[in-house]
Design a protein around this ligand. Sequence first.
Ligand SMILES: Cc1ncc(COP(=O)(O)O)c(C=O)c1O
Length: 402
Amino acid sequence: MSKSKKDLKFASITAQDIPAANEYVNPHAAPLYLSSTYVYESPEKAQEVFKGKAKAYIYSRWSHPNAELVERKIEQMESFGTKTTCKSLLFSSGMAAISALFQSLIKPGDSLIIQGNIYGTTVDYVNHAVEQFGLKVHYMDFARLDKIEAVLKKNKKVKLVYAETPSNPTINCYDLKALSSLSHKYKVKFAVDNTFASPYLQRPLESGADFVLHSSTKYLNGHGTGLSGVLTGGDVAFMEKNVWTIRKLHGSICSPFDAWMLNLGMKTLSLRMEQHCANAMAVAEWLQKHKAIAKVNYLGLSSHPDHALAKKQMKNFGGVVSFEMKKGYKAGEQLMKRLKFCKLTASLGTTDTLIQHPASMSHYFVPKAQREKFGITDGLVRLSVGIEDVGDIIGDMEQALR
Ligand SMILES: Cc1ncc(COP(=O)(O)O)c(C=O)c1O
């Protein structure tokens, strides 16, 4: 019970909050809850909450309303059009979501099967975990189900098959249904990094995946304004107990402000993804005809070896294109120097067009031999096509490739 105004000293008035008068507060947009802790009306109520007998927020490292709002939305997106139930947990970054998945599933001495052509820091993380926890890691070509099956047959310690499709930065597409049933045949969990597609274009749980994750820093936020990651699992009890505990103990929950911005960004996801895809298709077609370009990787091009699979598995082909210059890295470097409208930066999935060089930027920490084995060559350039007027994007590429 607060004291009446006349009983309080000046410093007490300034130091305390005045509780919101709830009958007048009904905001249209979700408010931002910048509170580390939550207050209880009595010690009995606090005890019930801590014992899990009553539901209330406790401490923002455990959970908070801005994270939960986003989690409920992502659960609905990932299970859209199905009867599947799932549970999402929001993290401070995509890497925090990935490491929570690994740490909740894998023990020292276990084995993993991982796609070779994936995001550089995921490889860096796994390589560190190999040293620290004595894991055995099989980096593999996920188009070769026969080879994956051979490892699963031989190695009973494999706990996880981990895919990323479309892949960063080679833009390959892998068969989610086939990979899930193969993993499940050997009672191994199957997880998918769905960052490049977003739940608007592809929903791996529908294809049988056990886990789906995103760097929601990318398309889900869409504006490059904050860091976040989200992990969703079909086994609700495992998510609520094992993954939630890792998040609580590591303090890796997304901040209320980043979650609030993510929610704002997600409101336009469908519109943005449609425009990203339309613009990326136009840019890929234009690049394919350019005399300075040796090869364009975009799943929407009928010449792409994975085009038919992507057409079946995804609603559209995504917003990222990668390409190789005929004259190799030097020509790519010159292109990046000359661009005026497209921004040279390491991220992707924002409203504006971003270009980067994987070998020296996003995949710099992947050993060169490992990179090259999986197609991430020195000459590869990655373009995250934005939602600007496509004429301005192509115009900038045209003047830079002169
Ligand atoms: C495909 C993919 N997965 C995961 C991540 C890691 O996400 P974050 O940077 O939010 O930690 C990235 C980041 O670029 C990514 O591209």
